[in-house]
Ligand binder design. Structure first.
Ligand SMILES: NC(=O)C1=CN([C@@H]2O[C@H](COP(=O)(O)OP(=O)(O)OC[C@H]3O[C@@H](n4cnc5c(N)ncnc54)[C@H](O)[C@@H]3O)[C@@H](O)[C@H]2O)C=CC1
Ligand SMILES: O=C(O)C1=N[C@H](C(=O)O)C[C@H](O)C1
Length: 233
């Protein structure tokens, strides 16, 4: 498979290593503001760039009829715009706030715990995420997905990085040098606490998930998620 990399930083390089090892070739690497590139004969584009450029790069790939896998976080206020754009082009698009198998299983665990805890109003829910100090966005896309799952099934109606109102989930976003990505959800009562936690040991899981998604999406049309790829949930 011929892959275009939109963003060639930490993730772009990890994806390249895994893709080449699985006999794919990288036909394009975009790593700066130069928009004067074309997709040549790419079968798929993989976007791990920065929030401010993701939308333009994704649209450019859709214009060229190239399916797009996007893992860039922090641009999701434009998600509906991209979905409409993709549909208008009869294109192919998959976004995931986290491509690792472990975190996608963790999303399912989060849903099960929400179900179990429903009705026990003595517990409040909070989320902590820890990432490396180069991360541009806070909270992480993964923490937002976890919070949205909780909001969908409980009386919480929002998340906040600040002091929470009773209807808000507090997300504590910590930045510590070298941490690839840790997410923990805690249910706190006056007498105890229950936590579930996912710890990434490296970027390997994210990169492998993105390559697997790219292999899966080739020749498909429409909007997809990692649940489709992994067939879970
Ligand atoms: N969904 C997931 O599983 C994961 C998502 N991420 C997200 O992926 C994104 C990238 O993460 P990293 O690789 O760690 O960041 P990074 O900072 O190492 O790489 C970003 C790259 O984008 C490039 N870039 C700048 N302007 C550009 C432009 N106009 N067009 C294309 N590329 C441009 C930069 O030069 C840099 O090489 C972040 O938003 C991060 O939150 C990171 C890990 C996993
Ligand atoms: O920026 C990162 O590094 C990561 N970003 C993603 C996010 O915002 O959730 C996924 C992962 O945790 C690493």
């Amino acid at each position: 498979m011929k892959i275009a990399l939109l963003g060639y930083g930490r993730m772009g390089k990890s994806i390249e290593a895994i893709a080449v090892n699985r006999s794919h070739s990288i036909v394009l690497k975009v790593s700066d503001a130069d928009s004067n590139y074309d997709f040549a004969d790419a079968d798929v584009a993989i976007d791990f760039s920065i929030p401010s450029v993701a939308v333009a790069n994704i649209k450019k790939a859709l214009d060229a009829g190239v399916p797009v896998i996007s893992g860039t976080t922090g641009w999701l206020d434009h998600y509906d715009e991209i979905i409409d754009y993709c549909n208008s082009k009869e294109g192919t698009f998959l976004y995931a706030s986290n491509f690792s198998l472990g975190v996608n299983l963790f999303f399912e665990l989060n849903k099960k715990l929400i179900e179990l805890m429903s009705g026990f109003s003595e517990y409040t829910t909070e989320i902590e995420e820890i990432h490396h100090t180069q991360k541009l966005d806070a909270p992480s896309g993964t923490a937002i997905t976890l919070a949205e799952q909780i909001i969908e099934h409980t009386n919480y109606n929002n998340w906040t990085l600040d002091e929470p109102k009773p209807t808000e989930i507090q997300i504590d976003a910590k930045r510590i040098e070298g941490v690839p990505g840790t997410h923990e959800i805690t249910y706190n009562s006056e007498v105890d606490a229950i936590s579930i936690k996912h710890t990434a040991h490296s970027r390997q899981g994210f990169a492998m998930g993105a390559v697997i998604a790219a292999e899966w999406i080739k020749n498909k049309k429409g909007i997809f998620s990692m649940k489709d790829v992994l067939n879970i949930g």
